[in-house]
Design a protein around this ligand. Structure first.
Ligand code: ADP
Ligand code: ZN
Length: 733
């Protein structure tokens, strides 16, 4: 009788915990905690998953009921500080908001697997009291260097003393050195907030004081520093950084183009006596691991990084600065679609600390929040040190057209000539890489298109290639038309930066002309060198893409010419006007930052366009007012909400059918409409056919629930079909 009552043995309870693994899983799995192991929410652990062992994070909440026979134990707990509870709530929030699997969001926080265990100490040498029997000059040099009593690595000491390592080995043998363990070194020393505080102008002081009032306490607040280019926004927010560091908090400074902002790191060093830790995709793996680990342990106090730095495991984050907050680079459009600016505000809200946004051309969203009093609005109306903003003029290309075959108006060419004569620098801006965006056959009209994308192949003359800018497909520039076979009748249509540089060379053969774009041979390192060279005056004319628009200070630059101001206006993006305004303001803002008189010339075929008018009149206010008004009428963000679904498949019909199925599954909810499906403007990328659905609702609409229901009720994702969800889309291609 007794045997039929199989009660669980209560004196042997199996404790279980939820563990979130970094995979596209929608919830945490349940694991057993073996006897003697101790874990807490946030602990980073290793667990078996199918045949593999993977890292995961012990999560919050209840565990599922699991058949005890299937329950598997946690393999080990890493010797790593647990992911803080603020951070876990943030990761949950991001998953819910972006409709991403929580596992994929956690994956972004676990990007440095080797950092879950402490870094091993390195072998070091320290001098003992013994001296060698026979002294040589090499040995003497070594001993002299090592007499500082500090520990050295074997190769470090050899290098410092200018001897070979065999000299060191000889001395070790004779007991002159003892080996010791050197603990891991911090990637950067702690910032010294009293190192060299800036001498702020009255305007800047007032701005900093206002800022410090809102950032002084551990409360959530958002401040928008809205200051013209060169007004010293950086100096002002450095005050808040210093304050947070003094309060014992960690600080994150987000920058849109960190790989190129060596200048920023140096500036930080001048102010705080050391560089901040860097975090972006170009950091060497070993370094990434060190930074991740030291952010988690709290050894790193300040990080300057790209958007992904938001997912570093800070333990006591107390301030986020988002520089150039309007920049589109803050939006990630891959796997988890998120906007790092918006998520910074959320992160700070959860962690109850301040956020500082900075821009010379705030996003319409931030501007509206400032107008509504949700954000504290801190305005810096003037450039620092009495430097004047450049004088901006439109060049009406219908009245002053370029010579045949050229793209630069005589007005602009003349201005370049004068600038170079004075020993100053000119920047020509064109947001297009390569030589020409399209190549066609003059005989039969054939156009070179990417085999896998719906886009033209861009000629890169320096490399003698035509390339697709979407998938990287590249081929040698052909001599004959593949369609009609005619030789030497291919023509390049339209300009890219290389072609502008060629035109400039033709007019100014003695000037030193540099082309700057992200695809230059030599990569980021080369770019950094080129940027330094420009800052030192080692170039006369710079032809560049938007790389040069961001954050650089070029003291000699007094002329900025915009080759095609209209370029971004006609792409069907609801933010086209805002974007163009921001970009043109940023680029022209590169001129005259150190007080020299400067000019900006904007070539346009639409001189009456409101964006052009706003730029030259300097009447930013009415541009924003108009833009805000239009958005409000059309219920566009921030007055309404949008979500995009991007459906793609290897087969066009499959993609379209799936998109239609989703559309039909859309629930009927007042205040929310679904537009589409429509073939995406970029209908084919990497061999995948793309359709888009746009969900548009009022500000109060719960778009996430709506989209989640569409997906749940819609057709099952099968075959090559993929559906991407983009809440608050920035891009519509
Ligand atoms: P913004 O970010 O607003 O465009 P920056 O912070 O880059 O402006 O400042 C522009 C230039 O003026 C920089 O070279 C900076 O070093 C200098 N500058 C700004 N404020 C000060 C100050 N208080 N003291 C010394 N230099 C300053
Ligand atoms: Zn392609």
């Amino acid at each position: 009788m007794k045997d039929s009552l199989q009660l669980p043995l209560i004196d042997d309870p199996i404790s279980t915990v939820p563990v979130l693994v970094p995979m596209p899983v929608s919830r945490a799995y349940t694991y057993a905690v073996p006897a003697g192991m101790s874990v807490q929410p946030g602990s980073i652990v290793q667990v078996p998953l199918g045949p593999r062992q993977v890292a995961g994070v012990v999560w919050d909440g209840q565990t599922d009921q699991v058949d005890p026979k299937k329950l598997r134990p946690i393999s080990l707990v890493f010797d790593c500080p647990p992911i803080a509870s603020d951070m876990r709530r943030f990761l949950d929030w991001v998953a819910t908001y972006t409709l991403s699997p929580p596992g994929m969001v956690v994956r972004m926080a676990l990007r440095a697997p080797a950092a879950f265990e402490p870094e091993p100490p390195t072998q070091g040498l320290r001098i003992s009291d013994l001296r060698p029997e026979r002294m040589t000059s090499a040995r003497a040099r070594v001993i002299e260097h090592a007499s500082d009593g500090l520990s050295w690595t074997r190769t470090g000491l050899a290098h410092a003393a200018g001897v070979s390592t065999s000299v060191i080995d000889g001395l070790i043998k004779q007991g002159v050195f003892e080996t010791i363990q050197i603990p891991p070194q911090p990637v950067v020393p702690g910032p010294d907030t009293a190192y060299r505080p800036a001498d702020l102008s009255d305007d800047q002081r007032a701005a900093a004081d206002t800022l410090l009032q809102s950032t002084a306490n551990a409360r959530h607040s958002v401040s928008l520093i809205d200051g013209v280019t060169g007004s010293g926004k950086t100096e002002v927010y450095f005050e808040a950084v210093a304050q947070a560091v003094d309060l014992g908090r960690q600080v994150l400074i987000l920058l849109p183009e960190i790989a190129l902002t060596a200048a920023f790191l140096e500036r930080f060093e001048r102010r705080f006596g050391c560089k901040p830790a860097e975090w972006h995709s170009d950091i060497a793996p070993r370094m990434r691991e060190k930074v991740w680990r030291q952010v988690a342990t709290g050894d790193v106090r300040v990080v300057a990084g790209a958007r992904s730095a938001l997912f570093l495991p800070f333990r006591e984050l107390g301030l986020i600065v988002v520089d150039e907050e309007h920049d589109a680079a803050y939006k990630q459009e891959d796997r988890v679609f998120y906007n790092a600016r918006d998520m910074s505000v959320v992160r700070a809200h959860i962690g109850r600390f301040p956020v500082v946004l900075a821009s010379a051309t705030p996003s319409v969203e931030s501007q509206v929040n400032a107008d509504d009093g949700k954000y504290r609005h801190i305005i810096l109306p003037q450039r620092y040190g009495g430097a004047a903003l450049p004088d901006l003029h439109l060049v009406d290309m219908r009245r002053d057209p370029p010579a045949k075959g050229g793209f630069l108006s005589p007005v602009l060419l003349q201005a370049i000539g004068k600038t170079v004569e004075k020993g100053e620098q000119a920047l020509l801006f064109l947001n297009r890489r390569g030589y020409a965006p399209l190549t066609l056959c003059r005989v039969c009209g054939f156009r070179f298109q990417c085999p896998d994308c719906s886009s033209w192949l861009v000629e890169h003359r320096f490399r003698n290639q035509i390339q697709c800018h979407h998938c990287g497909h590249a081929q040698r520039t052909p001599e004959a038309c593949p369609e009609c076979g005619t030789l030497d009748h291919l023509v390049a249509c339209g300009p890219g930066v290389e072609r502008i540089a060629e035109e400039v060379d033709g007019h100014f053969p003695d000037a030193r002309t540099i082309v700057l774009s992200s695809d230059m041979a030599g990569g980021v390192r080369r770019l950094r060198l080129e940027l330094e060279a420009i800052a030192k005056g080692e170039a006369d004319i710079i032809v560049g893409t938007q790389l040069v628009a961001k954050g650089h200070n070029f003291p000699l630059m007094t002329l900025v010419g915009i080759v095609d101001s209209d370029l971004g206006l006609s792409n069907g993006d609801p933010r086209a006007a805002e974007r163009t305004f921001q970009l043109l303001s940023q680029v022209t803002g590169r001129a005259g930052r150190t007080g020299r008189k400067s000019r900006g010339l904007l070539q346009t075929y639409q001189p009456k366009h409101p964006v052009m008018q706003a730029i030259v009149s300097g009447d930013r206010e009415s541009f924003y007012a108009r833009e805000i008004n239009e958005r409000e009428r059309a219920l566009m963000p921030p007055f309404g909400r949008m979500a995009a679904l991007i459906i793609s498949a290897a087969d066009r019909a499959e993609s379209q059918a799936h998109a239609r199925g989703l559309r039909q599954a859309a629930p009927n909810v007042g205040g929310i409409q679904v537009l589409g499906p429509a073939e995406a403007p970029l209908a084919l990328i990497r061999g995948r056919y793309r359709y888009r659905l746009l969900v548009h609702g009022s500000k109060q609409a719960d778009l996430q629930s709506f989209v989640a229901r569409m997906i749940a009720l819609g057709p099952k994702v099968r075959g090559s079909v993929r559906v991407q969800i983009d809440i608050d889309p920035q891009s519509f291609v």
